[in-house]
Design a binder for this molecule. Structure first.
Ligand SMILES: [Zn+2]
Ligand SMILES: [Zn+2]
Length: 238
């Protein structure tokens, strides 16, 4: 069990180990996921939900922070099993003849290949900046482009928690900037990071690594002030 704040769990025991993309489970009258992790996560997530005395049939939303396949790969199977709606920002969604899909660099959007990592991730609806979803007192969407065009953060005001997507990564207790990927936009990334630094929250739930449980906003402000490289290099050396 890994409850970060009341009603918010970082699902443990999933494929890929502790450095894989995080899957957060939001537990209210209904259930929601923030990201779905790797393909093959269906059973692990079902087991975790069952350990809380709940069933996957309560899953209504699969909220995707962005289109990178290590965050979205688990979504199609969960969607099929439960009928939950997959929601993502239009910046990471493309139209196709089978309907809209979540797509990274247009690569993973419409592949007919049966490879699990290349499975199409259908999008059932779009997230917009300022949207508020009716979960745990209100989950606010912040559009934070840069890491990908459609990256979003989710703010759970009542719990003082922010899901920060891959905008910021955590490793060995440190926070790092995380910009440099194909398709990333450094100017947009910086603006998004400053926006996130201007919010108030105690707890930060990153896309990778452990949650920061105290004074998270202050630490993000410190990170923004730090000069130093953006991107993967920092992540590897940091
Ligand atoms: Zn990631
Ligand atoms: Zn990413």
């Amino acid at each position: 069990m890994a409850e970060v704040v009341p009603g918010v769990h970082r699902v443990d025991g999933l494929a890929g180990g502790p450095r894989a993309a995080n899957v957060y489970l939001l537990v209210d009258d209904v259930l929601a996921l923030v990201d779905a992790g790797l393909p093959g996560n269906l059973n692990g997530i079902a087991r975790y939900v069952a350990s809380l005395g709940r069933g996957l049939e309560d899953l209504r939303f699969i909220l995707l922070t962005h289109a990178h396949p290590d965050h979205t790969g688990g979504a199609p199977a969960l969607r099929e099993k439960t009928g939950a709606r997959v929601l993502a920002h239009r910046g990471d969604v493309q139209a196709g003849k089978n309907g809209p899909s979540v797509a990274y660099l247009r690569v993973f959007g419409s592949s007919p290949l049966p490879l699990p990592f290349l499975r199409r991730v259908p999008a059932d609806g779009l997230l917009e900046d300022g949207d508020e979803l009716p979960i745990l007192g209100g989950l606010r969407v912040h559009a934070t482009p840069g890491h990908t065009p459609g990256s979003v953060c989710f703010e759970l005001k009542e719990r003082g928690a922010l899901f920060c997507d891959d905008l910021i990564v955590e490793g060995r207790g440190r926070l790092g900037k995380n910009q440099a990927y194909p398709g990333s936009d450094l100017a947009a990334y910086r603006a998004s990071l400053e926006r996130i630094a201007s919010l108030d929250y105690e707890v930060l739930c990153p896309g990778h690594g452990a949650a920061v449980t105290q004074q998270a906003a202050q630490r993000v402000r410190g990170l923004v002030r730090q000069a130093g490289p953006y991107g993967l290099t920092w992540r590897l050396l940091g």
